[in-house]
Design a protein around this ligand. Structure first.
Ligand SMILES: Cc1cc2nc3c(=O)[nH]c(=O)nc-3n(C[C@H](O)[C@H](O)[C@H](O)COP(=O)(O)O)c2cc1C
Length: 176
């Protein structure tokens, strides 16, 4: 067997894969947790997916090389803050290597657990980790939401599309 059909060889190169996936609009969230020493960790995450309704499960993909990986893979719980259009600054900071992600003062500590989250997000899910599954150079962290905090559902979302932040232009009145 030779060429593109060789199962031992990736069928597409990394650049064409990146270019193709740049056409897939993704949400912009900030995923946060605490490590065993109580230190805060957070990163901008687009790979957040609703994977099951019964039981409710969300999945977050995290790169094995991420500075948050050790904390996320070991965390008993984490928060997913789903960002609104006016949260680009914190989204950029939480995607910047070496930045102090908590320097802007936007984060609060969840009552009772202390896990950081963004109170101005559209929605925040506090999740209990149920599984961590290795997938290539990422871990898929699965969690069940145990509490949901709803912000302003009418605020337009922040999206990532073609390597940049975007806000959809509403064509119909917001429903909620
Ligand atoms: C819009 C957007 C979405 C991202 N989604 C993810 C993601 O789902 N998983 C991940 O591990 N990194 C993701 N990143 C990258 C991390 O936010 C970023 O690489 C990381 O926080 C850099 O910090 P580090 O050097 O401390 O790892 C995303 C970045 C951006 C701008």
């Amino acid at each position: 067997m030779t060429g593109a059909d060789d199962p031992a060889r990736p069928a597409v190169g990394p650049q064409s894969f990146r270019d193709a996936m740049a056409q897939l609009a993704s949400p912009v969230t900030v995923v946060t947790t605490l490590d065993a020493a109580g230190r805060r960790h957070g990163f901008t995450a687009g790979s957040v997916v609703s994977v099951s309704l019964d039981p409710p499960l969300v999945m977050v993909g995290i790169a094995l090389t991420s500075s948050c990986h050790t904390a996320m893979a070991a965390a008993a719980e984490f928060c997913v803050s789903i960002l609104a259009e006016d949260q680009r600054a914190v989204a950029k900071r939480c995607a910047t290597h070496g930045a102090d992600r908590f320097a802007g003062g936007e984060f609060a500590a969840w009552d009772g657990t202390g896990v950081p989250y963004l109170p101005d997000a559209k929605v925040v899910l506090r999740c209990r980790t149920t599984d961590v599954v290795r997938a290539g150079d990422h871990d898929l962290v699965l969690g069940t939401p145990v509490e949901i905090r709803t912000g302003d559902p009418a605020k337009p979302p922040l999206l990532w599309y073609r390597r940049d932040f975007h806000t959809p232009t509403p064509t119909t009145p917001a429903l909620a």
